[in-house]
Design a protein around this ligand. Structure first.
Ligand SMILES: Cc1cc2nc3c(=O)[nH]c(=O)nc-3n(C[C@H](O)[C@H](O)[C@H](O)COP(=O)(O)OP(=O)(O)OC[C@H]3O[C@@H](n4cnc5c(N)ncnc54)[C@H](O)[C@@H]3O)c2cc1C
Length: 422
């Protein structure tokens, strides 16, 4: 009997388990949290903050779980065309409303995760065990997992999906393996989030507003969630963090470059108190560059690469990695998996860090490429304000459905550069 063990039952772990279930007799998911119900839990503190699901991620989730979007919609999560009934402001300018062919699923993060968990557990051979992993067993090849309660579980494959706080590098080092190099881009981002009762007249009936955040420009957003609620997140970079005191929260909302979010904050009934989150920086662990990755062990999701959440890429990259894993079945070789996954990770990493490194206060390695990407994407944002073709292409690249190089197609580049001259 072939057994795969997945550590962590969040988005990356569940999507990995889903694809492994097609090739392994048993897939054991080890998760230290209680996972009953669509509620935020300790191991996923970010679930209390705004989570946008990019279209590429939704498409993959739909492919892995046909009908998932409809399930969420039936449970009350609104779906809409990305630039319709949603207001996107980049650099303080509204992206021109136009049809993009992209769907927004406005499910809360706990609802989405719970829907994926329910469907994953229905897969033959999948089991969930509420325990904590504490290490790996084996030598040159990994043969299983050590648990915090002293037990051990044998596995033909172990997948670490324990998130950004993953200890896999230490676990591998304890068995004599090389640690992955780390790349960081520090943004010192702060979030503060609160739920409100939604009334149909808010934002003239629109379902979402997103205001981009940059050093010197506070941002955030408000998104309609299931249960007629607004999920409001305020954000600030480089230490300019939004407060959690309710009165100060409202004052911070008033300082955003556009009034839409503040309108909700000052007029809607709050349903809880603001909660904070601090994100120091994007972090990429280069497992793909380890010269001899041990067989029987893979790292996925935020444990491999955690992106600045402002770009809403994490869940989608986790979904792309699940497809990479599927391409490596029935017996995934680590070097091949990291190669397959690298394309998606590279694109998202270059898009988000390239954009962040535009700002002098952001710490991280700058290359000529990152400078060009940053300058060009700033121009594209301005062009997207009045040019529907640029708006459509920009939103599709941000949603990871087309490569960022699509913004360099001659017709689009002409429009972007013309906007820059204005
Ligand atoms: C503030 C914030 C906002 C974000 N917004 C977005 C967004 O808008 N869109 C988007 O796509 N992404 C967003 N992300 C990223 C997104 O949350 C993650 O990319 C996504 O959850 C995938 O992460 P993961 O499954 O790898 O790890 P996580 O979601 O961090 O989950 C790790 C899991 O492992 C479990 N675990 C940890 N250690 C152990 C152990 N030793 N034993 C057993 N279980 C363990 C935890 O309990 C948890 O269930 C955001 C992130 C942050 C921080």
């Amino acid at each position: 009997m072939r057994q795969a063990v997945v550590l962590g039952a969040s988005i990356a772990g569940l999507l990995s388990a889903r694809v492994l279930a097609d090739a392994y007799d048993r897939v054991l998911i080890i998760e230290r949290d209680e996972t009953e119900g669509a509620v935020p839990r300790r191991g996923v503190p970010q679930a209390r903050h705004l989570h946008g699901l990019m279209e590429r991620g939704r498409q993959i989730m739909e492919e892995l779980f046909p009908g998932l979007t409809a399930d969420c919609a039936a449970a009350g999560a609104p779906t809409t065309e990305v630039l319709r009934e949603s207001r996107w402001y980049l650099s303080g300018l509204r992206v021109r409303p136009t049809d993009t062919g992209l769907t927004t699923l406005l499910a809360s993060r706990p609802m989405l995760e719970n829907a994926i968990l329910t469907r994953t557990r229905e897969m033959p051979g999948v089991e969930l065990s509420r325990r904590a992993a504490a290490g790996l067993t084996g030598g040159r090849a990994i043969t299983g997992v050590r648990l915090a309660d002293g037990g051990e579980v044998a596995a033909d494959l172990v997948v670490d999906a324990t998130g950004r706080g993953s200890r896999a590098a230490d676990w591998l080092a304890a068995l004599g393996h090389e640690r992955p190099a780390e790349e960081r881009v520090d943004v010192d981002l702060g979030y503060s989030s609160r739920l409100y009762r939604r009334k149909p007249e808010h934002l003239d009936g629109d379902l979402a507003v997103v205001v981009s955040t940059m050093p010197g420009f506070r941002g955030g957003g408000a998104i309609t969630l299931e249960g007629d609620r607004w999920h409001v997140t305020l954000a600030g970079m480089l230490g300019d963090h939004p407060p959690t005191d309710p009165a100060e929260f409202e004052q911070f909302a008033a300082t955003l470059p556009v009034p839409d979010v503040h309108e909700i904050v000052r007029s809607a009934e709050p349903l809880d108190d603001p909660v904070p989150h601090r994100f120091r920086g994007s972090l990429r662990r280069r497992y793909d560059r380890i010269s001899a990755s041990p067989q029987g062990f893979l790292v996925v999701g935020d444990a491999m690469c955690s992106f600045n959440p402002l770009y809403a890429q994490g869940m989608t990259v986790a979904a792309q990695q699940a497809l990479a894993l599927r391409a490596c079945l029935p017996a995934p070789d680590p070097a091949r998996f990291y190669r397959e996954a690298a394309g998606a990770v590279d694109v998202a990493w270059q898009m988000s860090t390239g954009s962040d490194l535009r700002y002098p206060g952001v710490e991280g390695p700058r290359s000529l490429r990152s400078r060009i990407v940053g300058a060009y994407s700033a121009r594209a944002q301005v062009a997207a304000h009045h040019d529907a073709a640029v708006a459509r292409t920009f939103m599709r690249t941000a949603n990871l459905t087309i490569p960022p190089t699509s913004l360099l197609a001659p017709d689009i580049a002409f429009r972007v550069l013309r906007a820059g001259r204005r």
